[in-house]
Design a protein around this ligand. Structure first.
Ligand SMILES: [Zn+2]
Length: 435
């Protein structure tokens, strides 16, 4: 476990010259003491091909899927969720092509063991090449124990449900000893009045040799404190058996909840590139990686400088446009206008830009860019620019530059162009306006 075993005044884990400068508060014993189960290393299960494709407006060709897996595995992602190959013919055919492309990764599939044909589903999935078998379809939430789109299902916290889960673990272990077996009832965060039913179920799963257990927030209704608590209660019961968390974003908390689950002891997290997923999406891969690496000091094994390129590839091929101001990989994440004055002056003087930002964009594969807009036009900045251009610096000239800049931005806006000037456009405008 990662423990605070250094003097924070001497060693500054929140500051790495020319990489990042974050908050010392995250490293205080009073904070770190709350995460005694924080693992040193976290692994990723990518769900972009399955839950990502469930995002309305998103579809990937098989060629795109192969490339997405290739890029993510090159970056360090180990397992890939390929859905329900036993019951979904399209997913089974995609899996065949993915495997034929020579990718050497863990293929993670889901088995709905709540239905009668569960054994056959395991056989078909393993036969199709899945070596990570997730036993689910026995729900923990209020809607389970009846009929779903997959047919009749059992409730996880009933004798029948528990027996089915343990039978499925036994079956996998006996018939497919090389497969990794994971258990995770769906929708548990809505179905638990206290952690014990899930903790007790997982304790028995461990006795039956399960390789991993899950915390699944299917409807994104958890919040960080409760999911950290639930994860830590499970961790105390299952010991060395790894926990994976799977969080949805219905309240915009999927990343925060995934990170909190890691604080509680989860060492595998399931994410999608760009946070793609049904409804409001899933936990964003790039945001989880950057948060764990930079803010928590947890090793993810992910090459962070690939994050931007992967995010753009998934956006382009999947077809769903991401919000420009999305953290880490958004187009605006490093396109600054209100801070432009400060950054330009810092950059021109050769100062360390970390004074004015949390981390270097290159760390996540992005680049700095500044633009000039209404919020950039301070007296100080315009005078700085005029001086730099060897133009006379006086109040009248500042007024002219403000007026001309706003006029030009209005012109661009009318033409549907971005409501800002590039640095070069702004300098040209200064020179022309004061000729
Ligand atoms: Zn899900």
């Amino acid at each position: 476990m990662a423990v605070l075993n250094f003097n924070i005044k001497e060693k500054k884990p929140w500051y790495k010259p020319s990489e990042y400068y974050t908050s010392p508060l995250s490293w205080l014993p009073g904070v770190r003491d709350q995460w005694p189960l924080l693992p040193e290393r976290v692994h990723f299960i990518d769900s972009t091909l399955r839950e990502g494709e469930e995002a309305t407006g998103t579809a990937f060709s098989i060629e795109d899927k192969i490339e997405i897996v290739r890029k993510l595995s090159d970056a360090g992602v180990e397992w890939f969720d390929v859905g329900y190959p036993a019951v979904n013919r399209a997913q089974r055919e995609d899996l065949e092509q993915l495997r034929n492309s020579g990718l050497k990764v863990g293929w993670y599939c889901l088995i709905q063991v709540g239905v009668d044909e569960w054994m056959k589903a395991i056989d078909v999935s393993v036969g199709a090449g899945c070596n990570r078998i997730k036993i689910t379809g026995v729900g923990g939430g209020p809607r389970w124990g009846g009929y779903t789109r997959h047919g009749r299902v059992l409730h996880a916290f009933t004798l029948d449900g528990e027996k089915r889960i343990l039978d499925a673990v036994d079956y996998c272990k006996k018939e497919y000893p090389d497969a990794t077996v994971i258990v995770g009832p769906t929708d548990v965060t809505r179905g638990l009045l206290k952690p014990e039913p899930l903790v007790n179920l997982y304790r028995r799963c461990v006795e039956h040799g399960v390789d991993m257990v899950s915390v699944i927030d299917t409807f994104g209704v958890s919040e960080p404190t409760s999911i950290r608590y639930l994860t830590s209660e499970i961790k105390k019961a299952v010991g060395d058996t790894p926990i994976n968390c799977h969080c949805h974003n219905d309240f915009g908390l999927a990343v925060a909840n995934s990170v909190a689950s890691v604080e509680g002891g989860a060492s595998w997290i399931q994410t999608t590139v760009n946070g793609l997923g049904d409804r409001a999406g899933n936990a964003s891969f790039e945001e989880c990686v950057a948060t764990l690496e930079i803010l928590h000091g947890v090793d993810t094994g992910i090459k962070m400088n690939r994050l931007y390129e992967i995010a753009k590839f998934v956006e382009k091929t999947g077809g769903l446009k991401c919000q420009p101001h999305k953290a880490i990989t958004g187009e605006n994440a490093w396109l600054e206008e209100s801070h432009a004055s400060f950054l330009i002056q810092m950059r021109d003087s050769g100062a360390d830009l970390l004074r004015g930002e949390a981390y270097k964009p290159e760390l996540v594969g992005q680049k700095h860019n500044v633009v000039i807009s209404k919020t950039t036009l301070t007296q100080n900045f315009i005078k700085y620019a005029l001086n730099k251009l060897n133009l006379s610096v006086n109040d009248e000239n500042v007024k002219i530059i403000i007026k001309e800049t706003l006029k030009k931005i209005d012109n661009k806006t009318e033409k549907g162009l971005p409501r800002y000037l590039t640095e070069e456009e702004f300098y040209e405008l200064c020179k022309k306006s004061l000729k």
